[in-house]
Design a binder for this molecule. Structure first.
Ligand code: DAH
Length: 351
């Protein structure tokens, strides 16, 4: 009987060496310490032994049981430690080490540029006015002097949200921030319809176009619209404001350029560029030809003023729409606009 106990202990300890995971360890425990294990059978058979044998075998069985339990305890401890180390990347647990630093979040480069633009225009007396992203055709086009069927609509391929039963006034994702001009002017004019107050606002926001995506075009991008309305505002106010913006952003030596253009809601209209200082105007991957097109601008069309509740006989105004991401590309030397919404940490962590 004593030999049998020795054998049980040996078998158990040998089998334990092959145990590699929690499930195997539990199986081993049932096999060698469970109710129907050989060891437990020795205990339940004690009663059948002679008076002399019983204490000797009983004591020996207890010792084997203790040895097996101790082996189980240390093996399961080892396995727990190993699992912990694995979860820590193979290191030993050193409780005296300082904690792991959680990397602090940061603002998206587009948000950073937008906030800088709010500051620059804020210094020039512009307030931020927010407007909706889902618009009606009426606000996105018609009130901005794009009549139904006007060819200029082709400049802005549109995502429609709802057309059914809405005739010439479907619901769409705004293709530009310009419809905010109408919302803003109407809200301001309502304050005093006979004597509407002057307007000096910037209107930021996401716009959507059904575009062929490439390094300089995305289907979703930001715009910052600007609008100034008052008695006696001129085109030189517009030029001065935008040139000053560029100098405040990029330094006093910054050069800007205005090119005649066409927009239905401004007359005259221009596009304006900032000289690329990455290549000194020679042309590079960011700008293309030495100048980076930043946006469009012009004097608010009389029809648009009237649609906003401002009498074009008494008021004039200028407007502009710029691409903050274009500005961010110039500032940081980003050569592809697609990086902005890709959510790639390798890009985002650089700002
Ligand atoms: N809305 C125009 C576009 O997205 C940009 C623009 C041009 C806005 C001239 C203006 C403006 O306010 O005056 O293409």
């Amino acid at each position: 009987m004593l030999d049998k106990l020795k054998e049980i202990e040996k078998t158990a300890l040998t089998a334990l060496e092959a145990v590699r995971d929690e499930a195997a360890l539990e199986g081993w425990r049932v096999a060698f310490l469970g109710r129907s294990s050989p060891l437990m059978q020795v205990f339940s058979g004690l009663g059948a032994l002679s008076k002399e044998e019983r204490p000797v075998v009983g004591q020996q069985a207890n010792e084997v049981k203790k040895a097996i339990e101790a082996a189980f305890g240390s093996r399961s401890g080892e396995m727990r430690q190993a699992a912990l180390e694995r979860s820590l990347g193979g290191e030993r647990l050193d409780v005296t080490l300082p904690g792991r630093r959680v990397p602090p979040g940061r603002l998206h480069p587009d948000t950073q540029i937008l906030r800088e633009l709010y500051r620059v225009f804020g210094e020039m007396g512009f307030q931020v006015y927010r407007s909706r992203e889902v618009e009606s055709d009426e606000y996105n086009f018609q009130l901005l002097n794009f009549p139904v069927g006007h060819p200029a609509r082709d400049m802005q391929d549109t995502y429609f949200v709802e057309a059914e039963g809405r005739g010439d006034n479907p619901v769409l994702l705004r293709t530009h921030t310009s419809p905010g001009q109408i919302h803003a002017m109407r809200e301001f004019a309502a304050l005093d319809p006979h004597n509407p107050p002057p307007v000096r606002i910037v209107l930021p926001g996401m716009v959507y176009r059904y575009e062929q995506v490439d390094a300089r075009h995305e289907t979703q991008f930001d715009q910052l619209e600007g609008l100034a309305v008052g008695p006696g505002i001129t085109f030189s106010d517009l030029k001065g404001t935008l040139a000053d913006m560029a100098r405040r952003l990029f330094g006093p030596q910054t050069r800007t350029r205005f090119r005649a253009s066409f927009f239905p809601f401004t007359e005259p209209s221009a596009e304006y560029d900032i000289e690329c200082f990455l290549c000194g105007g020679k042309g590079c991957a960011v700008c293309g030809g030495g100048w980076l097109e930043i946006g469009g601008c012009g004097m608010v069309h009389p029809v648009v003023l009237k649609n906003g509740g401002y009498d074009p006989e008494r008021y004039t105004g200028f407007a502009f729409g710029l691409g903050p991401q274009r500005i961010a590309m110039l500032r940081y030397g980003i050569s592809d606009i697609r990086y902005f919404w890709e959510n790639d940490l390798r890009f985002l962590e650089q700002f």
